[in-house]
Design a protein around this ligand. Structure first.
Ligand code: GRF
Length: 207
């Protein structure tokens, strides 16, 4: 029988600990969805191995085989469509997505970022927040758009920076928060409880 669970396509570039948290949540029944496919722009991303171990199709799409950003993104879109993905979760995917991909999944592409956006956007959010000396930082999950770390914020979790935190201990706390928050937000999407109001995302009901 065909399942009507939400199908997630996860995009990665690296170790895939967030991917693992999402897979675990689906297996443990905390997230009523399935990971339909994992796509990486890096051949040796450990997340691809995590996908294979969980019997999830793992696809590396080699950027060097495409002459343009647009053609590369069309290849990504085609794989997402082939696996009948409903929601695209960027989880440590270190590239932008093209308008064609975003328009194929309107209000269904989300990203996770390890700071309280709009502070400390970019690839070194944890380190920059730590070096700045902030007392709180955290995790943001937002709808993706054509720019890095922008788009309506769905949820944020605060992580306190203790006096004795090191960059490593702060990273560990942030990753722990990420692994908690991402499956919860994906569950909200599965329940159809996230709406977009202008530039703001709104969660309907308790969270
Ligand atoms: C996470 O910190 C995520 O917020 C950022 O990249 C990292 C990916 O880690 N965008 P992982 O590959 O999920 O372990």
């Amino acid at each position: 029988m065909e399942s009507d669970r939400m199908r997630i396509g996860v995009l990665i570039s690296g170790s895939g600990t967030n991917l693992q948290a999402i897979i675990d949540a689906t297996e443990e029944g905390r997230l009523d969805a399935e990971v339909a496919v994992v796509i990486s722009n890096k051949e040796n991303a450990y997340g691809l191995e995590r996908a294979r171990k969980a019997d999830v199709p793992a696809v590396w799409i080699d950027r060097t085989e495409y002459t343009t950003f647009r053609a590369y993104n069309e290849a990504i879109r085609d794989v997402l469509l082939e696996y009948e993905v409903d929601v695209v979760a960027m989880a440590g995917y270190m590239r932008l997505l093209s308008k064609e991909v975003l328009d194929t999944f309107p209000d269904r592409v989300v990203n996770i970022h390890p700071s309280l956006l709009p502070s400390f956007a970019g690839p070194s959010g944890i380190r920059e927040a730590f070096e700045y000396g902030v007392k709180v930082t955290g995790v943001t999950i937002h709808f993706a758009n054509e720019k890095f770390d922008e788009g309506p914020i769905i949820a944020q979790e605060v992580v306190e920076v203790a006096e004795d935190d090191t960059i490593q201990s702060l990273e560990a706390k942030i990753h722990e928060a990420e692994h908690r928050l991402y499956p919860r937000v994906l569950q909200l999407l599965a329940e159809g409880r996230v709406a977009i109001d202008g530039r703001k995302a709104r969660i309907e009901g308790p969270f």
